[in-house]
Write a protein that binds this ligand. Structure first.
Ligand SMILES: [Zn+2]
Ligand SMILES: [Zn+2]
Length: 440
């Protein structure tokens, strides 16, 4: 009789604990665990979610922290062999993810539903911050040492889908971006996921995600890759009636500019220079896109105009003349070449680097040549522009400049010819005025 009473009381306490964890009531959780520590072993009925799972699902990081301090297993499994890290990734609870990773949670566990990892869950549900945190942690975790980091980024689930496939299928362009930036293979084919043999580009076409298609193409995805039934992504986009996607995927339309990732100077770029070049790549591809999409524009709802499309400000009037790129005479010099210090705009340096489509074999590609001095370019950095004295904020970051000014238009064609031939040396941009024109 007394035994039954005790077990009843224990059962009641267990339910109280689960309820307190779910609602994030830290005081009650601590009091209950103080009274009987074994309560923390409790899990919910059918789903068998441990207290850690519940805290992670509901994003109660203080409760989670308290539980982890009681040395609970950070990789406990629920009914579907999902870890607390997986359910936190599913629900986008970034602070819980960070706490679990700190506690040494294993990033390379597979659930029993689809054989997915926490990275798959973050990509599928589009939680880019969680994805980033998991990748950061994986870089320094034992997984990288034993498995290899790039192999982890390209980990397959039970259907042969990588996290990149899932991000593409769900149209999560931010996650997709982070994944390709971390070495995810844009040409990987699935086994059973989606249509068998689908590439990320096939899946983005099926999802109708223009942003994902843009990203994938800019990272070298192949428009001619076929799935197991012999379909190219263009056919998939047509089948799902995604007109704009189909137009970009049509092998007959203009080739997009591809990020020159095999170049060493590109992998060595600092964050600011990289952001500038990426922006230039995006803008260049957007221009190509405009002409491709022009024909089907009438049938599509028009997107709201963005600042970048309107050519917001004419920054050139504020910058001195010699900050203008001497190759195109359209944009400001934003990139400086290491060693020779010659400057040009991000778009021009990019077209030098992207001259040839990067080859997928990863074999060495020779670095581009500086058009001013003909020395091979070994590194790039951001060029800062000094504007005239009347302005108090003397240094402006020109990464956001978009301009349509053609002040030097008359001069441009003749200079361009000379510069492309490499016979026209250009002086140091730190000198002022037109001095550079007189230098030998
Ligand atoms: Zn230029
Ligand atoms: Zn040079």
């Amino acid at each position: 009789m007394r035994g039954l009473e005790l077990s009843c009381r224990h059962g009641r306490r267990e339910n109280e604990l689960l309820k307190a964890v779910k609602s994030g009531d830290l005081e009650t959780v601590e009091a209950l665990l103080e009274a009987s520590p074994s309560l923390s072993e409790r899990s919910t009925g059918y789903g068998r979610q441990s207290v850690l799972h519940l805290a992670a699902i509901h994003g109660h990081v203080e409760v989670l922290s308290t539980l982890l301090n009681r040395s609970l297993n950070s990789d406990s499994l629920n009914r579907h062999k999902q870890t607390p890290l997986m359910v936190a990734a599913m629900h986008g609870k970034i602070s819980c993810i960070n706490k679990l990773l700190e506690a040494g949670a294993n990033v390379l566990m597979f659930d029993s539903l689809k054989g997915m990892t926490c990275l798959h869950y973050a990509a599928y549900y589009g939680h880019s911050h969680c994805l980033q945190a998991i990748l950061m942690s994986a870089q320094s975790s034992p997984v990288s040492a034993s498995w290899g980091y790039v192999r982890f980024v390209n980990v397959r689930d039970g259907r042969g889908a990588t996290p990149l496939h899932l991000a593409a299928r769900r149209g999560h362009d931010r996650c997709l971006r982070i994944l390709v930036d971390n070495g995810s293979l844009v040409c990987a084919a699935t086994a059973r996921y989606g249509y068998p043999g689908s590439s990320p580009l096939h899946l983005a076409a099926q999802a109708g995600s223009l942003d994902c298609i843009r990203e994938l193409l800019a990272w070298g995805a192949d428009r001619l890759q076929r799935d197991s039934s012999g379909r190219i992504p263009y056919i998939v986009a047509l089948k799902y009636k995604h007109g704009a996607c189909a137009a970009l995927l049509n092998p007959a339309s203009a080739e997009p500019l591809v990020w020159p990732s095999p170049l060493k100077l590109i992998s060595d770029l600092n964050q600011d220079a990289k952001a500038l070049l990426e922006r230039a790549l995006k803008d260049a591809n957007k221009e190509r896109e405009k002409s491709i999409l022009k024909d089907i524009a009438q049938s599509l709802p028009s997107p709201p105009p963005r600042d970048s499309d309107l050519g917001v400000s004419d920054d050139i009037s504020e910058a001195s003349e010699n900050d203008l790129c001497c190759i195109c005479f359209e944009r400001l010099c934003s990139i400086e070449v290491r060693d020779c210090s010659h400057r040009m705009c991000a778009r021009c340096i990019l077209s030098l680097c992207c001259h040839n489509k990067p080859n997928p074999t990863g074999s060495r590609i020779s670095p581009p040549i500086c058009p001013f001095c003909r020395s091979s370019i070994s590194g790039l950095s951001v060029a800062k522009v000094r504007v005239s004295e009347e302005h108090d904020d003397d240094i402006i970051d020109i990464s956001s400049c978009s301009t349509k000014s053609r002040k030097s238009c008359e001069a441009s064609s003749s200079f361009k010819g000379l510069l492309v031939m490499g016979s026209f040396p250009m002086g140091d941009q730190t000198s002022s005025g037109d001095e550079w024109m007189e230098k030998p």
